[in-house]
Design a protein around this ligand. Structure first.
Ligand SMILES: [Fe+2]
Ligand SMILES: [Fe+2]
Length: 315
């Protein structure tokens, strides 16, 4: 199916799971960068990019409707950058997993190689979007730029924790697209089609994550799995710091885009609103997504409740 085809909304857990099936599904949904976003594409700045359920800009009452729309678009740009940002460590992890399968499972090598190729393509897509945004938005908007450093820090954690975080992020795209984006007719159709394309391939990645996780967890002691769960929570805490940093950058961006000067209280209000929206979008929705919760319960029946309960820190 091409990115413009009808979305397939089946939950990850309902699909047959083996590497050969992952390759077949990947081939069926694959899309080309130039088809999803031809060079020279112009963005439509008259419409919101992000669904209100995720961007939550209408909660920032000191901004009027036009200003909230601008902030929504700033958030959409930062949202795509955040995905390109985390894809940096995912690519490094998947390339190393593919290498460890060399001379062994051909289906696994193909599934993992396609996975890595698709993530690099997503980064290129988001970079192309961000270039169009920077060209036409009218004001510079800062985004996080230390992906390689963060990737090294994440990859130093236990492999099971890195896989858990990867699954969390990839399942998120399902929750964002299917639950919040797909039926929202107020959004810019181009931005929706871009999120649709991303979600189509991310759904396949989530299946591969699950396969890799079962392989990795086999034979691990309860203590090791518990330690990996703690690593996962520690990475989320560090990631939350990055979300706060993005929220601070957004305040400067919206001030510049609207020509407003915020006093300290107003600045704090916009910053808190943005941080809370990013936390909801990137942390809470991932930790509480039913397929992710089901994976946690299978992996660590005794510790899963503690991990899931940690989501309340970010609500
Ligand atoms: Fe991706
Ligand atoms: Fe992915």
């Amino acid at each position: 199916m091409t990115a413009g085809g009808r979305p397939q909304e089946t939950l990850v857990s309902e699909q047959p799971l083996d590497y050969a099936a992952c390759v077949r599904r990947s081939e069926a949904v694959a899309w080309r960068l130039d088809d999803v976003m031809p060079r020279g594409t112009r963005l439509d700045f008259t419409r919101p990019f992000m669904p209100e359920e995720l961007a939550r800009t209408s909660r920032i009452k000191l901004l009027d409707e036009a200003e909230q729309l601008r902030l929504n678009q700033i958030t959409g740009n930062a949202y795509l950058n955040l995905f390109a940002f985390v894809e940096e460590f995912i690519i490094a992890m998947v390339v190393s997993l593919a290498q460890s399968e060399l001379s062994r499972d051909h289906d696994a090598i193909r599934a993992l190689s396609r996975f890595a190729d698709e993530e690099v393509k997503h980064q290129q897509l988001f970079t192309r979007f961000r270039e169009a945004f920077d060209r036409d938005f009218g004001h510079p908007c800062a985004v996080l730029s230390s992906a390689a450093d963060v990737s090294r820090i994440v990859l130093a954690k236990r492999p099971l924790a890195v896989l858990l975080l990867t699954l969390h992020l990839e399942l998120l795209t399902q929750r964002h697209y299917v639950a919040a984006v797909k039926d929202d007719r107020t959004l810019d159709p181009f931005f929706c089609s871009l999120l649709h394309a991303h979600w189509l391939e991310e759904s396949q990645h989530a299946r591969i994550d699950t396969l890799q996780m079962s392989k990795l967890a086999e034979g691990m002691s309860r203590a090791s799995i518990e330690a990996a769960m703690h690593d996962y929570l520690a990475i989320l805490e560090a990631f939350d710091g990055l979300l706060a940093e993005q929220a601070r950058m957004d305040v400067d961006s919206i001030a510049m885009a609207t020509g407003r000067t915020f006093d300290d209280a107003e600045r704090a209000q916009v910053e808190a609103g943005q941080h809370s929206a990013y936390r909801h979008t990137f942390i809470v929705l991932g930790m509480t997504h039913p397929p992710f919760v089901a994976t946690l319960r299978t992996l660590a029946p005794h510790e899963s409740d503690t991990v899931i309960a940690a989501a309340s820190r970010y609500s």
